[in-house]
Design a protein around this ligand. Structure first.
Ligand SMILES: Cc1cc2nc3c(=O)[nH]c(=O)nc-3n(C[C@H](O)[C@H](O)[C@H](O)COP(=O)(O)O)c2cc1C
Length: 395
């Protein structure tokens, strides 16, 4: 008998907590420092109240739209996530297949834990999220590979000039930078043993957390060796060694990328009208209002609060997407009412993946869709196109 279906994101979170070793659950669930921004992201959606219209004649609301010219069956994309293979052997490919099956776009992280070529055949509409700690040469090489492997848009994350201070990871002994290897495995052993099913699945998949430590290559310009540099391809080094890295970009770098990358260019991590304008001036076709799910600068503003000013500033010239704190279909509707073209979700689908692999991601997308359809009917709003600021008010 299969596991019971996942009814909503909170369900999936509980299930993820049960199946993952604490260190992995904390890596996904946690944020920077006091996690004020993590909480604020969700709170900002809660503080938006709907203004429903009653007794409206309407059929089944259509959730289809386009994002940068690509048709999607619902305005929810899968956000890029590092080290995603630690959650379930289905990993990024499973998430990609789920997105494809449900008619939406998935975004592969540079540090997903798998090479971009290896998961390209998950198919569907896929974008690639770029980190390039090795500078422009590094960026150019990765962009060429992403283009050759058929990724349809490049997402450049600009909020990671340094790694956020994720204290759950620090407490668990794997940061900074996030690192799982033979040394950390000694302290993490008991946690891993407490989740034998996860450990078994991972061992079968060859992601042993008890593998050899990786030999470090030298860092940029012959500098000190950095794990970041060694693992930049995928986030995974030799068996069991994974790490995350800082990746500073400037607006000049974005403009330079624009000259090399011919497909749509998306800047992720914008939190103000001014930066949104700089991104669009540098050639971005879309911006993602994002604070990295509260994992970078704690105290950064909730995305639902700054979304309107970004839409005002650049909405006429670029598509505006948003992520952070979307946990219900109603949150998606609120984001669209404030002018977003679509949202991305991070933790929601990662919890689903941890709980049930590809099927768990599908169930999360289905749950968000069902919630959206019901809420649109309850709102009396017949279509996504009809959504605007008149449907919500700040409490
Ligand atoms: C476990 C995890 C790993 C992430 N890794 C990346 C990454 O490699 N690159 C990136 O641009 N954003 C990364 N993010 C941020 C997400 O893309 C997204 O901005 C964020 O999760 C949205 O917030 P939410 O989790 O509340 O939906 C990561 C988020 C999580 C939870």
């Amino acid at each position: 008998m299969g596991a019971a279906p996942i009814h909503n994101v909170a369900d999936a979170r509980k299930r993820a907590r049960k199946v993952l070793p604490r260190v992995v659950y904390d890596y996904v669930d946690g944020g920077a420092e006091d996690e004020v921004t993590v909480a604020e992201n969700e709170q900002a959606f809660r503080e938006l109240a709907f203004r429903p219209r009653m007794a409206v004649a309407m059929g089944e609301p259509d959730l289809a739209t386009t994002v940068l010219g690509t048709s999607v069956s619902l305005p929810v994309l899968l956000a890029p996530a590092g080290l995603i293979r630690l959650l379930h052997p289905d990993g990024a490919a499973g998430a990609g297949r789920a997105a494809n099956g449900r008619g939406t776009i998935w975004v592969l992280s540079t540090v997903a834990g798998v090479s971009l070529e290896a998961v390209a055949d998950a198919g569907g509409h896929r974008w690639f999220q770029l980190y390039a700690p090795g500078g422009r040469d590094d960026a150019a090489a990765t962009m060429d590979r992403a283009e050759a492997a058929g990724y349809e848009a490049l997402v450049v994350t600009v909020d990671t000039p340094a790694l956020g201070n994720r204290e759950r990871d620090v407490r668990n002994g794997i940061a900074p930078p996030l690192r799982l290897d033979a040394r950390t495995a000694v302290t993490l052993g008991p946690q891993v043993l407490a989740r034998p099913r996860w450990a078994l699945r991972m061992m079968r998949d060859g992601v042993s957390m008890l593998g050899r430590p990786k030999t470090r290559r030298s860092g940029p310009a012959g500098g000190a060796p950095t794990p970041a540099h060694a693992d930049r391809d995928s986030g995974f080094g030799a068996a069991g060694t994974v790490s995350m890295l800082a990746s500073p970009f400037t607006w000049e770098d974005i403009a330079w990328m624009r000259t090399r990358w011919t497909r749509p260019l998306v800047v992720k991590g914008v939190l103000s009208a001014g930066d949104a304008r700089l991104a669009v001036d540098a050639g971005a076709d879309a911006v993602i209002v994002s604070n990295h799910g509260g994992r970078q600068l704690d105290g950064a503003p909730a995305t639902a609060r700054v979304l309107p000013e970004v839409v005002d500033a650049v909405g006429a010239h670029a598509e505006v997407l948003v992520d952070g704190g979307v946990r219900r279909g109603g949150d998606v509707i609120k984001a669209l009412a404030l002018g977003a073209r679509a949202v991305l979700v991070g933790r929601p689908y990662l919890y689903g993946l941890a709980a049930a692999g590809q099927r768990g991601v599908e169930e999360i997308l289905d749950a968000l869709r069902a919630e959206m359809v019901r809420d649109m009917r309850l709102l009396g709003c017949p279509s996504l196109a009809a959504l605007d600021a008149s449907w919500v008010e700040r409490r």
